[in-house]
Design a protein around this ligand. Structure first.
Ligand SMILES: [Zn+2]
Length: 362
């Protein structure tokens, strides 16, 4: 057994309310014992175990928080969309079609280029405090390009998601039903060794609810786990489809109705808000408050908030305290990715928390 004691922690976030009655479960002047990659003990520094410790790490008064979880990324791509960004800033509206440009560049890119681009993005995420990262395909949109995208992604994370149904590629624009058959058939078979999850962009301009159901069910029948892009651009039945299929998460959810809230409230599906993405697309930020004020007398739907950028956006735009951002970006990971919650992924900050999270390298 390997054991590591992190001691002299100025402030430790445990997400366990038993420590101080708050959701963050703060312990001041703390220590943390890790055994075989799992949290074995957390408590006051003065009570730290002293026997059978193989490694010691002195935190020198710094704060220690649970690693963040990013349950929604698209890291396997080439090219950039700066021209599209500029056009949006000049007033053009965003549609799902902007993805086509990245598809063209990704198809033309070598494996080496895709891998090195992904590597730098994963490193950047890790340096910002994210320790668990989901990664989707979705910029290949051919059997071979989706397969190699996921094979590359698997080098960086076990949370890989097949998103062949991102948009209909240009060569299938005249017969989109043929593309749905391709995704649910040969493409799905080709990616199975490299994918854990299956996802569909269910929205106007992308895939209909019926097509999304067909594709997700095909993936689930072959052992993949469902998640869904839903209600990003328009109202629709995407959220309720996610609930119907028992998806781990419905993502974006910028347009929600009371029926959507009601469906989520009685399910295990997590609504994942992506305010950072809305911010970048200059679209309305998903309203956290929508999920907190249903006049429905129902349990509140589980909500997660994605992206480290939200540490900047949430406190001001969503009136969400920094502490809640930390809680939602870490504690809720088990529900969004159905992964082991006792695993010890922590980040040592260069600061002392005190109610505000400065944005810097973690
Ligand atoms: Zn996405």
């Amino acid at each position: 057994m390997t054991s590591t004691l992190v001691h002299n922690i100025g402030q430790l976030v445990t997400n366990d309310p038993q420590h101080d009655g708050s959701k963050l479960g703060l312990i001041n002047e703390a220590a943390l014992l890790i055994e075989d990659g799992v949290v074995a003990w957390a408590g006051p520094n003065a009570d730290a175990p002293t026997h059978h410790i193989k490694h010691r790490f002195d935190a020198k008064g710094r704060a220690v928080i649970p690693g963040f979880v990013d349950s929604h990324t698209h890291m396997i791509f080439a090219g950039d969309r700066s021209a599209e960004f500029r056009a949006r800033m000049l007033g053009e509206t965003y549609g799902a079609g902007g993805i086509a440009h990245t598809v063209e560049k990704t198809r033309a890119a070598s494996n080496q280029l895709l891998r090195s681009n992904a590597e730098s993005l994963f490193q950047e995420a890790h340096s910002s405090g994210t320790t668990t990262i989901e990664c989707k395909s979705g910029y290949g949109l051919s059997v071979e390009d989706e397969r190699r995208s996921l094979e590359i992604a698997q080098n960086f994370t076990s949370e890989t998601t097949f998103l062949g149904a991102h948009v209909v590629p240009v060569e299938y624009k005249r017969n989109p039903k043929d593309y749905v058959e391709l995704v649910a058939g040969p493409m799905l078979d080709a990616v199975l060794p490299f994918a854990k999850w299956i996802d569909v962009f269910c929205d106007k301009g992308a895939f209909t609810v019926d097509d999304a159901r067909t594709i997700l069910k095909a993936g689930m029948a072959k052992g993949l786990l469902p998640r869904l892009h839903a209600n990003q651009l328009h109202d629709g039945l995407g959220i309720r489809l996610g609930v119907e299929l028992g998806a781990a998460s419905v993502d974006h959810v910028s347009h929600v109705s009371e029926k959507d809230i009601e469906a989520l409230s009685t399910s295990n599906t997590v609504a994942t808000l992506l305010p950072g993405q809305s911010f970048q697309l200059a679209r309305p930020i998903p309203m956290y408050a929508h999920f907190l004020k249903p006049a429905l007398l129902l349990p509140l739907p589980p909500i997660a908030i994605q992206e480290v950028l939200t540490q900047q956006i949430c406190p001001s735009s969503l009136q969400l305290r920094s502490e809640k951002c930390i809680f939602r970006q870490s504690k809720h990971y088990g529900r969004r990715l159905w992964v082991e919650q006792k695993r010890c992924d922590v980040k040592i900050l260069d600061i002392f928390l005190k109610g505000h999270v400065p944005i810097s390298r973690y």
